[in-house]
Design a protein around this ligand. Sequence first.
Ligand code: PLP
Length: 359
Amino acid sequence: MNLRIHLFFNLGVTMKNFASDNNAGVHPKIMKRLAEANFEHVIGYGDDIYTEKAIEKFKEVFGKNIEVFFVYNGTGANVTALNSVLQSFQSVITTESSHINVDECGSLENLSGSKIIYIPTKDGKLTIEKIKSVMHGLGDEHHSQPKVISLTQTTELGTVYSAEELKSITDYAHSNNLIVHMDGARISNAAVYLGKNLKEITADVGIDILSFGGTKNGAMFGETVIFFNPKLSINYKYYRKQSAQLHSKMRFIAVQFEELLTDNLWKKNAENANNMAKKLLEKLESLNCIKITQKVQSNGIFAIVPKEVIEDALKKYFFYYWDEDKSEVRFMATFDTSEEDVNNFFSVIKESVEKNNFN
Ligand SMILES: Cc1ncc(COP(=O)(O)O)c(C=O)c1O
């Protein structure tokens, strides 16, 4: 995807960038909870009251019949979840742009030996037609056997599957003996966009396994693997340990999720990120020389911007080229982006557009 890193050092100036929700800090409420959990000794590896309470919170949100496991990061969540349900002769169907395909350094292939069947898309979304087009060689020993569909919600291109789209894919999957995994690194942003709660776009639409994201939505670190089909989780704990994703001081991941799920902090954070992206979008749309390339349905904006403007803006703000050949960039707002940040960033862009007489 030609996601190129521009090194940017703005020493001495404190400001937020528009590169990634990974670049934001930690929400103060989560920081407080981490400090509060730091006063006593408790048993390690999850056998503690903090982890128990966090799992209870997940059950309040997603329903009682789930299995919950904490891991360190999003790659860990995806690959342990998938590895635990795939055999080496089986494959996972996903999009070409999916994180498991392009941004996980071949972890899944390395750990499981399974094949990734990736499908090109314009908007980062799978459809039943696209999935059907790769359902070949079933029962044929010469072919890797499709076993899992992995969807990303919010997609890597900032777009969002509706609940109906999800349900139709899971119905198709289940009637074809396939498991559905969701990479939900940004699921909170999708829920906010759709005006749904977290259960309505996961358990209720037939998702089997969810990688539930925390880091991009105000946590310090940690993600959660949730099995909505508990039968699939029987061996998961062994895969987690073998993949070095079992955290000994588990309480410090657990309290972050408990806090995110308390008083809708997950929602407030995602709402801010989405709203700030929308504000930036409205401003960018006033500039004729900027072409928005994806529907803005979450906290990411993809746009073709004149090279000169990109280079001027990069002198002051850090963000990523998405596709340098097309002069396409990604701007991302976060839980702590403010209106002032948006205004200041936009004024840098506008100034360059005017200087170059592009409008
Ligand atoms: C769609 C998606 N999934 C998963 C991840 C998690 O990655 P990490 O292993 O860096 O936490 C990311 C991070 O950028 C992502 O964008």
